[in-house]
Design a protein around this ligand. Structure first.
Ligand code: GSH
Length: 668
């Protein structure tokens, strides 16, 4: 989540008058950025993660778990914290942690450090903890306190490390600590009954009594049957996005996730919780007129999607060309990591017959009108439509799905000297309308501002995002990897992040080629979301990504493999060695010391074991918890009691309790 602009947003009919103006000037801003930065070379490889949380309020007496709507207060306190401690050198904390192998002690130390890092460091120094900055903390963020940001849901928080991680292997050792420190800092500002959970969605979002404080679903912004407007972040950007998507679309958003049919689920399933006859807003008739499907869980508001949490990684590349190549090479990896991180088997209090959030968010911000749906194939939140690198390995035949562009913008880009592929990509992003325009921010100096450009780039939420350098900063060309679902623990979130980062390094240093027709990547995106995709689905994959693949026989060889084969290898002589093995080779090529190797090995083992099914994905684990709960009636319903016990159990796991199903022997 970038900086939030203050001001007055235009309502939809008013904002429509400025769409072309915003687009034209957005392109001018892009051209200015491009010209200013294209020759900027040799940035260092940096990266960072973003973690999203759902704050849950527990009531042990009533046995309820609800989402807590205290985002503003919590963020205000976290902002004060950042201000107060921004000059504290955190390196002694990381150094002390590195010498602690016991997770319980790590937890206790981090809780203490999070409360008052200055006092904690003082104590460490007094107790004469020796540490050498150079040896123990290559992580660049010595003096940077983690940062916290708002997100769509008023029960959500987001955190980032505070400064990017560098390219040395040793930095990886600080990732998990940094993530844990962030959670501990948040915990300091919560009430005793609140917990910051890293779960992809709240299992009973949009059911009865699911918020604390209690609210009613009758708001005019989303006009949802189920989600009160009070669950939307109150910053004007978010209600405006919500209302404008609905208005542009000329009806409410509609997501229908197939219900998981269990023994006692009524067949056909016609959801008894839908207030079919409500007559509060004109959109109330949408459901009856076909928006709500039989045998599905129907959702009708942006919050069901953007109220989900994910794990995102942003990389800074050396230069624009490298960013474009990395963007392309990671596109085929996005569905694989989505499947491996699956964590969303329940929506609105029902078990679903799918495991991921992806298509729900896609539907939640789908602003296309009925007629546009006939010629614009995807929502503005969806998988990438085209590769953008000028690398000779990016063959035209791989770009085999329609890419809708704004012709005017395309011409403007070409005239501005941008090559065909990048022009097409940007004109594709600019084919959408700007969703929120602030009246006081229309006039911008295109050489000083990138507001109009960002307006569109940041509301095209695709599985990868290409980000030019912002003006007036030292930040370079970046790409964002956006498909992963958030995991319960720092151990897992560190493992998934580090795996993707190491894979990106392996891609660049071994010059790997994962290109394949983008239509097949899209097929994989569908497969990734299936229930138990690990065991049930196969994924298109280029099995010889190595540079010797010039031979025409090798070219274009993609086959369907299981995730176990893709990550763990095909286990035949000629077969694909597996992504984990490729990452291991990269790791060894960096000559790691034993400590680094041992630490990173835990992460690689988790990735392998998740892909093989030895360890469960969060989605399978949650599903098993629900279906084996003594109060579960085999009717697909996640009752309030089951939800409470589930949240309790996840909280204990986050706090260090071992779970064989999730971690096998990896989290030690
Ligand atoms: N939580 C989302 C997911 O699970 O994929 C990702 C976060 C996201 O896209 N947030 C929206 C946004 O616009 C909030 S409406 N973020 C700012 C951005 O993408 O630049």
């Amino acid at each position: 989540m970038g900086l939030l602009v203050l001001g007055t947003p235009l309502d939809w009919p008013e904002s429509e008058k400025f769409h072309n103006y915003v687009r034209e000037n957005g392109i001018k801003q892009f051209l200015h950025m491009y010209d200013s930065f294209i020759s900027k070379k040799q940035d260092v490889l940096l990266w960072g993660d973003e973690i999203e949380y759902i704050v849950v309020s527990m009531n042990d007496k009533e046995k309820t778990a609800r989402v807590s709507l205290r985002q503003e207060e919590i963020l205000k306190a976290l902002g004060d914290y950042e201000e107060r401690f921004k000059h504290v050198d955190f390196s002694p904390i990381y150094a002390a942690l590195k010498n602690t192998s016991c997770p319980k002690r790590t937890n206790a130390m981090l809780s203490e450090a999070a409360g008052n890092p200055a006092a904690f460091v003082e104590r460490l120094v007094k107790e004469n903890h020796t540490y050498s900055k150079n040896e123990t903390t290559p992580f660049r963020a010595q003096f940077v306190v983690p940062t916290f940001h708002p997100e769509y849901g008023r029960y959500m928080l987001e955190s980032t490390p505070g400064a990017p991680y560098g390219s040395v292997l040793k930095d990886f050792l600080f990732v998990e600590f940094n993530m844990l420190l962030r959670r501990k800092i948040i915990e300091n500002y919560l009430l005793p009954h609140e917990h910051p959970l890293t779960i992809t969605n709240f299992f009973r979002l949009g059911t009865d009594h699911f918020t604390d404080p209690e609210t009613k679903a009758d708001g005019s912004i989303s006009r949802s049957f189920f989600l009160p407007d009070d669950v939307i972040n109150t910053h004007v950007r978010f209600p405006t996005l919500t209302a404008n998507i609905r208005q542009r679309r000329q009806r409410k958003v509609a997501m229908n996730v197939p219900i998981f049919f269990d023994k006692n689920t009524h067949k056909p399933f016609r959801d008894p919780t839908i207030p079919w006859n409500r007559d509060l807003y004109p959109e109330d008739k949408n459901a009856k007129e076909g928006a709500a499907l039989e045998n599905h869980i129907y959702m009708d508001s942006m919050g069901f999607g953007m109220g989900c949490c994910c794990l995102q990684i942003t990389f800074q590349a050396k230069n624009c060309d490298e960013a474009r190549l990395l963007y392309d090479q990671l596109i085929p990896i996005t569905p694989l990591m989505l499947a491996l991180s699956a964590g969303t088997p329940a929506f609105r209090g029902y078990l679903a017959d799918q495991d991921c959030r992806w298509n729900v968010i896609a539907g939640a911000v789908d602003d296309r009108t009925k007629s546009e749906m006939e010629y614009i194939p995807k929502s503005r939140y969806d998988s990438v439509d085209m590769y953008i690198s000028n690398d000779p390995r990016n063959l035209q035949e791989y770009n085999d799905i329609p890419v809708v562009v704004n012709e005017g913008c395309y011409e403007q880009l070409i005239k501005g000297g941008i090559d065909e592929r990048l022009s097409k990509h940007m004109a594709h992003i600019f084919a959408r309308d700007p969703l929120v325009i602030f009246s006081d921010n229309i006039q911008q100096d295109n050489s000083m501002s990138n507001g109009h450009f960002e307006n569109l780039n940041s509301t095209n939420w695709q599985s990868m995002r290409f980000k030019p350098p912002p003006l007036n900063s030292s930040v370079g060309w970046r790409v964002e990897f956006r498909s992963m679902e958030i995991q319960f623990t720092e151990f897992e979130n560190a493992a998934y992040s580090i795996f993707v980062v190491m894979l990106s390094r392996a891609i660049l240093s071994f010059n790997l080629n994962f290109y394949m027709p983008i239509s097949l990547v899209d097929e994989n995106m569908v497969a990734a979301q299936a229930r138990d995709a690990i065991h049930q689905k196969k994924f298109w994959f280029r099995c010889n990504p190595f540079p010797n693949a010039e031979d025409p026989e090798e070219r274009g060889r993609y086959r369907q493999l299981s995730l176990d084969e893709i990550f763990g290898g095909e286990r035949t002589e000629e077969g694909f060695p597996g992504l984990v093995q490729i990452v291991r080779s990269y790791l060894y090529s960096c000559n790691p010391d034993a400590e680094t190797l041992c630490s990173l090995d835990r992460y690689l083992r988790l990735i392998s074991q998740r892909a093989s099914g030895e360890c469960m994905t969060a989605a399978s684990w949650i599903r098993k918890f629900i279906t084996t709960h003594p109060l579960y009636k085999q009717d697909s319903v996640v009752s309030s009691e089951i939800n409470f016990d589930l949240v309790k159990r996840i909280t204990s796991i986050i706090n260090g309790e071992h779970d064989e199903d999730l971690f096998g022997n990896c989290r030690c």
